[in-house]
Design a protein around this ligand. Sequence first.
Ligand SMILES: O=C(O)CCC(=O)C(=O)O
Length: 269
Amino acid sequence: MIPFDDSAHERFQAQGYLRLGKVASAAQLAGLQQRIDAIMLGHVRYANMRLQLFEEATGQLRRTMGCQVPTLSYRRIDDLEQDPLFLAYMQHPVFAGIAHRCVGDHVSVFRSMFMNKPARWHQELPWHQDVGSGWGIDTDPITTVWTALDEATTANGCMQIVPGSHLHGVLNERHFLAEDEQGIYARPEYVIDLPASAGEAILLHNLLLHRSGTNPTAAPRRAFSATYMSAATCTRDTGQSFPILFGPGALDPATVEGKAADLVQTFYG
Ligand SMILES: O=C(O)CCC(=O)C(=O)O
């Protein structure tokens, strides 16, 4: 694990990403791996949790509220800050230090999101930045921690990034890059693979260009990402703020309750 000192902060600002090492203990990682599978299989249930299901019959992605089908093929799950194990991980002292330095004393989470590439997953995630007007919030966040829950390799669709691309600013308000923009900003010679071992955490600038490929292997490639931002950040339509991770009003894993229904009606991000 590397300390987030001045030199680490400078490297993050210059490159747009920083390997943080294995922040979770082996026991904590095993807990997160087991918990996410238990959520997908409906053994641990949250009524107001948004899941994205891949339906093999139609080849379409469909959102469900709460687990409606027990399967390890969910593509994405949001609202994980209501789960005590994921909340405790997001509040790890290493992340508290980073959030304090990059965001401030009062920090909320925009999305606490499981991203899955189930076994034999044939869809690519195109080049994008994690900002844009489509997110519907009044300030673009800049710090996301992405954690590999399984080893991510070139063979199973690890992330690819363009180091330094965050310095271009917002390239496309619609989140994904258009083809001509890819030809300018994500030329093959600019791209590096970002393999990671299970439990490894990587700090990503939200403006950093990233994508990931398919997973033709027989095992899933699971990951968890959390976006830390100022607690003052609100949705543009309703003025809704987001769950607090650090500072006054912060959620506590010992007392956290299921998320309120009115916080999951509209999808931001
Ligand atoms: O895990 C991946 O493949 C990509 C995740 C991603 O795009 C994100 O966390 O913003």
